[in-house]
Design a protein around this ligand. Structure first.
Ligand code: ADP
Ligand code: MG
Length: 689
């Protein structure tokens, strides 16, 4: 076996298991070494049966005397009952719904059993303990500090541990990449030891030492990549785009509103950046509806005033069309704006003469190149080889994290030599931004324009579901539209009926609850054309209710929608719920966000209550980070976060140490080929990628 051996070649891994593992990023032996436990159970305490006390976590070692299955009539479960004895006494053991145990365990077997001691009228017993047969080697699942892994599909803890044990000898083959001096300076153990100990530590101190080393790797890698990118960027040049005070003042005066304080600061920061020949690399983050577009427009307009071209790119056609429409109005008479997507080409300053789409596209591409258009709005269609610009000086990308990796690197190539701004509606607290995107500057718009009606948010008691439907009906009768968000696309299997799926809700709403209304559905597995068509129809009021997964999370603007109903709300994080809520409340109509939950734990209910009463996206993001950690909050596809498996924002000292080390090494990276190789092969996550 090698580090690159596919997981499907591991002993006892079938097709299904391989598929489940692949879903969590485990493909080869090396991946499984990096699949870390999220906690440990301490079952080191081996206790003679006579000394067992209710409530303690223990390991019992003894002989299996009896084992048999019976059916419980009341709960309809199979109960496996066993009797275990050691030199001091015997204890009853119960397992549920594992009838095969009577096949794999036989009277006379010497067993290790770990679990919590419970007691009933008949005395102490072990309920559903983890067990393994005693062998000469070290135990894996019992009588030690036992690693607990995040599970996927039907894969069990025992299987995970079994797989990891197979891969463990490979840890030795991983070459150390941190320089000796750095390891000594930061008190870090070797990589191969850390990877062994993190899975099977002999005490909690070992687990901590191992975790520290692995967290350092994550934090150091991220920050070194950022430091190197910053250094590289500082060697590049971009056009100087000078500030035209009179025109910008007149533009601001032409707006039907006054800019908020945050908009002014953000615009000022951006306009200052692009006046330099050092390329701007900035993130503009602000809640949905906070008014990022007008800030972007000021930068685009300034580029035009300097006789440069500028690009505004969005991840979907609907978003690109929205931006095109806004800019056409905002910059009317000030700039020539064009739209280029796969399915539409338009021009603010006239019409394209040809009648066929193909010919129109060719014409548009031609006049982009000739410089007859100043601002080009579009989707990834802009990345095609045929599209070339004249004097491109500024590239703005909306919701960049929704582009694929290949597209991001194409953006970088196309935008070579231009200033770069990316916009996101995901509120990213500064501390996290600094860590994830240390190579870029951040502007935040932290308040909504005045005069918005706050969205009324309610956690609805299941008993009032009927009333909620009645309310939805009233709203649709007034011409409003409704979103229904579900956590799943389809019911995964019969046991998960309580988790609402788009398809089952769609059927229920369209057939039983609102047969007279126009209900549509939307999810990520539909073809792009289908998705775009459904969204466009909904926007054009061709439907009353749209049942969707989290695909509607970002960006789309449907001002006429006034209700956001969220099923299985406990399954979403605060930041994500806030994104959903931002889909409504985009007009003068009073809007509502109704949360439903089927089985909220007390903690989940507290979280939802908190959400009911808080409206600031940044505050919610901070709270969410505190409760769940960055990977959970922003999803692992958010660049950078997939590298943070162990480290969190709470690791303040380690972040600081790693940053200091990264800055030092970046200055003389050529002296550290192993480090350079490591940060090069690690998935590139930099902002510009
Ligand atoms: P987002 O940050 O979500 O992209 P938009 O730029 O689409 O937000 O702005 C949302 C709406 O708010 C738009 O209709 C825009 O015209 C309006 N808007 C922007 N800035 C202000 C402001 N300062 N005062 C009032 N309305 C504003
Ligand atoms: Mg926007």
């Amino acid at each position: 076996m090698q580090l690159s051996t596919p997981i499907s070649q591991f002993s006892r891994v079938g097709k299904t298991t391989a598929k489940h593992l692949e879903r969590v990023g485990v493909r080869i032996a090396k991946d499984i070494l990096y699949y870390f436990p999220f906690r440990y159970e301490d079952f080191r305490n081996i206790v003679p049966i006579v000394n067992l006390h209710e409530g303690s976590a223990v390991t019992v070692t003894g002989k299996l005397e009896l084992i048999a299955n019976r059916r419980s009539f009341r709960t309809r479960r199979t109960i496996t009952e066993a009797l275990i004895s050691d030199a001091t006494g015997s204890i009853r053991v119960l397992w549920f719904n594992q009838p095969f145990l009577t096949e794999s365990l036989r009277p006379g077997d010497e067993l290790l059993l770990s679990g919590i001691v419970k007691a009933d009228m008949l005395g102490p017993q072990l309920v559903s303990p983890v067990y393994e047969k005693k062998t000469r080697g070290e135990p894996t699942h019992t009588a030690r500090i036992v690693p607990m892994y995040p599970l996927t599909g039907g894969v069990t803890q025992k299987q995970m541990r079994f797989l990891i044990k197979q891969a463990l000898p490979m840890a030795e083959a991983l070459s150390e990449w941190l320089p000796e001096s750095l390891r000594r300076g930061n008190d870090l153990i070797s990589l191969s030891r850390a990877l062994t100990m993190v899975h099977f530590p002999s005490d909690m101190a070992e687990a901590e030492t191992a975790t520290k080393r692995l967290k350092f790797d994550e934090l150091f890698t991220l920050q070194l990549q950022a430091a190197l990118a910053r250094r590289e960027l500082s060697l590049r040049r971009a056009p100087k785009i000078t500030f035209h005070e009179a025109e910008i003042k007149s533009f601001v005066k032409s707006l039907p509103f006054t800019l908020t304080k945050f908009q002014k600061v953000a615009a000022w920061e951006i306009l200052k950046d692009i006046e330099k020949t050092l390329p701007m690399n900035r993130l503009l983050s602000g809640d949905v509806g906070s008014g990022k577009t007008v800030v972007a427009a000021m930068a685009l307009y300034t580029a035009v005033l300097n006789d440069y071209q500028a690009v505004l790119m969005a991840p979907t056609e609907v978003l690109a069309e929205q931006h095109y429409a806004s800019l056409t109005i905002l910059l009317h008479g000030r700039a020539r704006v064009g739209l280029l997507t796969r399915s539409s080409q338009r021009l603010s300053s006239g019409t394209l003469p040809s009648r066929t789409k193909v010919a129109q596209k060719r014409e548009l591409i031609k006049i982009i190149k000739s410089g007859e258009i100043d601002i080009i709005v579009g989707t990834q269609a802009l990345l095609e080889d045929a599209v070339n610009f004249r004097r491109l000086a500024l590239v703005i990308v909306d919701e960049q994290h929704r582009f694929g990796v290949a597209q991001r690197s194409a953006i970088k190539t196309k935008g070579q030599g231009a200033h770069f701004l990316s916009m996101t509606a995901t509120p990213i607290p500064r501390s996290l931004a600094l860590l994830l995107y240390g190579d870029l500057d951040v502007s935040q718009i932290r308040e909504l324009p005045p005069g918005r009606k706050p969205i009324i948010t309610r956690l609805v008691d299941p008993a009032n579901r009927g009333k909620a439907y009645q309310f939805i009906r009233e709203q649709t009768q007034r011409g409003r539209q409704v979103f229904v968000v579900c956590p799943l696309i389809e019911d995964a299997h019969p046991e998960s009926v309580e988790k609402k799926s788009v398809l089952s809700e769609y059927t229920k709403l369209s057939q039983d609850v609102f047969p007279d209304l126009r209900v549509r559905f939307l999810h990520g597995k539909l073809k792009t054309v289908e998705k775009e068509a459904t969204l466009r129809d909904f926007k054009n009021r061709q439907a009353d209710i749209l049942v969707a997964t989290s695909v509607i999370e970002v960006g789309i603007d449907i001002p006429n929608a006034s209700i956001m109903m969220i099923e299985g709300a406990e399954r979403f994080g605060l930041a994500q719920l806030h994104q959903f809520r931002g889909r409504v409340g985009r007009s003068s109509h009073q809007s509502y966000c109704l949360l439903f939950t089927e089985d909220a734990s007390a903690a989940a209910e507290d979280r939802l209550k908190y959400f009911e009463h808080h409206n600031d996206g940044f505050a919610l993001a901070e709270k969410d980070l505190e409760l769940r950690g960055p990977g959970e909050v922003y999803g692992t596809e958010q660049s950078g976060l997939m590298q943070l498996r162990l480290a969190t924002l709470a690791d303040r000292d380690l972040i600081k140490d790693a940053r200091a080390a990264a800055e030092k090494i970046a200055l003389e990276i050529q002296k550290y080929p192993a480090v350079a190789r490591h940060v090069g092969t690690e998935k590139k996550v930099l902002h510009l990628e």
